[in-house]
Design a binder for this molecule. Structure first.
Ligand code: MG
Length: 383
């Protein structure tokens, strides 16, 4: 039985909370040796005091004194973006769980791969922006990339011991978000609080808005393309309002395999940690008869342009996925600040993609530059 020595990047978010729940329930399989947070000093101290990892990192140093005084032991303390890299390359760790929102997880993830550590990825940005670089590096260093996003974790489970050549389609399920049935006219009028009401998952604000626009699914399409090494044309989406089937794989012989469970991120996190083993859990078992009904429908591509934009970015590759991701992040911030209507999010992303000239096989620096340019482009479109 293998015990994983895990670094949590993004320990104070909702994925971090689920990861600590998993660590708490199976101490013989998972030990937290490092933790990082962006600026939540109190929350980081609380979690660290509980799990006592040997090192922690607070990226923003404003509340460093507060962190120090709230700690009941003396871990190694790192700060800043460089601190994240130092934490991710800690010699005692063998698995880094990346659950940081945004681009900040990219360099630490690559540094961890370089040191031969496996990655459990919950942050979409890493593979959306630099999927080719990350996956090539992982192959080179012979490390495993374990997806934690529920959809990709489901596909990962369905694909065990299967070859890419046997895949006809990867089918990502989408809840459809709170506006699944709304008309285009009504979508112009929706408010922030409407958009923050997700029907099946409890998540942070950014990803909840992304679920309402379907950009979340768009980012996941690009992610899946890199994770499982299939062309974009083989990545499909189906709306599944119950969020019980977390994704499916259609094989060349016409059979479809699916992974089902309640919508609780502890399931995919636990599997990423115990893989390739399955271990008993106290998580709520799924009784299909209680669920009763599982529905599937075609996405409304014309009403929710995010899926087509993501397909376009994924097919083009190069810098476009990073541009889509960055433009969307700024547009979502603007929507949350009541600066733009909901439907403008799609428009701003589309404009940013149309304006940006693409580049094949970009370097990491090219990608980071495209990311800042797209952010700047959307910001200047707002004023
Ligand atoms: Mg997901």
């Amino acid at each position: 039985m293998r015990k994983r020595r895990v670094i949590l990047l993004g320990s104070t978010g909702s994925i971090g909370a689920s990861a600590m729940k998993v660590a708490g329930t199976m101490p013989d399989r998972m030990e937290v040796v490092g933790m990082a947070a962006h600026r939540s000093a109190q929350k980081l101290a609380q979690a660290a005091n509980l799990f006592r990892p040997e090192a922690i990192c607070l990226v923003e140093t404003t509340f460093l004194a507060e962190l120090r005084s709230a700690l009941t032991y003396r871990p190694k303390l790192f700060t800043g973006e460089d601190g994240l890299i130092e934490l991710s390359t800690l010699s005692s760790a063998d698995l880094v769980l990346v659950a940081i929102v945004g681009v900040a997880g990219l360099r630490p993830a690559l540094a961890a791969i370089d040191r031969g550590k496996d990655l459990a990825i919950a942050s979409k940005e890493i593979l959306v922006m630099a999927g080719e670089i990350v996956m090539n590096q992982a192959r080179l260093k012979n490390v495993s990339i374990l997806p934690v996003d529920s959809e990709h974790n489901a596909i990962f489970q369905c694909l065990e011991a299967k070859r890419t050549a046997e895949i006809r389609n990867l089918i990502l399920t989408a809840s459809g978000g709170p506006f699944r049935r709304l008309s285009t006219e009504c979508l112009d009028q929706v408010t922030k609080s409407d958009a923050l009401q997700h029907p099946t998952w409890k998540m942070g604000q950014k990803i909840t808005i992304d679920s309402a626009t379907l950009f979340n699914k768009g980012l996941e399409m690009i992610e899946a393309r890199w994770l499982f090494n299939v062309p974009m044309s083989r990545v499909q989406v189906v709306i599944h309002p119950q969020s019980i089937v977390h994704s499916l794989v259609e094989f060349v012989d016409g059979s479809i395999l699916a992974q089902l469970s309640h919508s609780d991120m502890c399931f995919p996190i636990q599997y990423a940690v115990t893989w390739p083993d399955r271990v008993p859990t106290s998580l709520k078992p799924l009784h299909l008869a209680d669920v009763g009904k599982l529905e599937f429908e075609e996405p409304r591509y014309d009403v929710f342009p995010a899926l087509n934009l993501a397909r376009k970015a994924g097919e083009a590759g190069g810098l476009l996925p990073a541009v889509l991701n960055a433009a969307n992040e700024i547009a979502v911030q603007a929507f949350l600040a009541d600066q733009i209507p909901f439907t403008q999010i799609w428009k701003l992303v589309q404009n940013a993609m149309e304006r940006h000239s693409n580049l094949a096989s970009p370097s990491l620096d090219d990608i980071i530059r495209a990311d800042s340019q797209a952010r700047e482009f959307v910001r200047s479109a707002l004023v």
